[in-house]
Design a protein around this ligand. Sequence first.
Ligand code: SAM
Ligand code: SF4
Ligand code: SF4
Length: 338
Amino acid sequence: MGKTIIKDTLNRPLRDLRISVIDRCNFRCQYCMPADQFGPEFAFLPKSALLTYEEIERISTLFVQLGVEKIRLTGGEPLLRKDLPLLVEKLSKIEGLSDIGLTTNGVMLPKLAGDLKKAGLKRVNISLDSLNDELFGKINGRKVGTKPVLDGIEAAKKAGLGVKINMVVKKGLNDSEIIPMADFCKREGLQLRFIEYMDVGSTNGWKMDDVVTKKEIYQLLKQQYELEPVEPAYFGEVAKLYHYKGTKVDVGFITSVSESFCSSCTRARLSANGQIFTCLFNGNGHDIRNMMRNGATEEELRNRIIDIWGGRKDRYSDERTLATASNRKKIEMSYIGG
Ligand code: SAM
Ligand code: SF4
Ligand code: SF4
C-alpha cells in the first residue's frame, strides 16, 4: 500500500511516531518520575495492558501508510521491555519507514546494543544529566553513578549506532554541569542536546523559575566556544543546532519552553497501553488497543487514525502560561514516552 500523508487542522503533516513500549523504569529521575511519587507501591501497567509487539507492528504499519517516516521507541525505560530487538526487527521490515531510533538511559546498552543494531536500529539518544557521580545519583533518584551510562555510550558506539546525548537542565540542580558536559561531548564527537526542563505530567513540581533557557545556555557556551548556526535539515526538526567551529561536532537545544515549535510539530505518540496522543501535553488519549482487541479491521483502524490526526488542534507550548502549566490535565512523560 502506498503512502497518503494526512494533515491536521493546522495543516501539519503526520511524520513522526513516538512509541512508549513500557511505563516502568530502573531510574527515578526527579524531573520525570520522582521517587517519592513513584515508590514501591506505585501501580505500573500490568503486562496484559501493554501492546504486544504484533499490535505495535500492526498499528505502526498503518501510521507509516498515513505519512510516518520515523519511529522512536521510548518509555519509561524501553530497554526494560523483554526482547526489544525483536520489536525493532519487526518495525525495520515496514515498507516506507526510513528511520528507527531509541531514547534510553543507556544502562542496559552494554547488553543489548549489538542485538539492537543487528535488528535494524539506527540511532540512540542516551540521557545523561551530569558527569558528577554524586549529582547524577541524586538526579536519577537511585544513586547510580555515571559509569553504567558511560559504558552504555561506549557500547552503542562500538555497535555502530549513531549516538546523541540528551541533558535536561534544571536551575540550581545541574546547570553547573553545562560546560563539563559540553566539553565531554565535544571531545567524544557526540552531539549534545540541552533540553529545557518541561512541565510534563503533574508529579515533578515544575516551576518556570526552574527552567534554564536556551538563551542562557547559549550565552555560557559562547564564552567558551565559537559556534555557528546550522540550518534545519527538514521541516519539523526539533533541535536547534549549532556547530563548533573547526570541528565535525554539533550541539543542540530543545527549546520546548522558551521558543515553542508547535507550528511544525509533526509527532504522534502511542502510549504503552495503546492510546494515541496528539501532544505531549494533551491528557486525552484515544484508545486503539481495545479496538484492535475487539476485532477492528485495517480500514476501521486507518479511519480512526485519520479522524484523530484530522481533528488535531494542539499547540500547548505556544499557548503555555503559568495557569495552563498548573491547571491542565496532563499525562506523565514516563507513560506517554518523552
Ligand atoms: N528512559 C529513557 C531516557 O531517560 O532517555 C526514555 C524515556 S525519557 C521520558 C525521554 C526523555 O525525556 C529523556 O531524554 C528525558 O531526559 C526527558 N525528560 C523527562 N522528563 C523531562 C522533563 N520534565 N522535561 C524535559 N525533558 C524530560
Ligand atoms: Fe526513567 Fe528516563 Fe524518566 Fe529518567 S527520564 S525516570 S530514565 S523514563
Ligand atoms: Fe507538539 Fe504539543 Fe509540544 Fe506543541 S506542545 S510541540 S503540539 S507536543
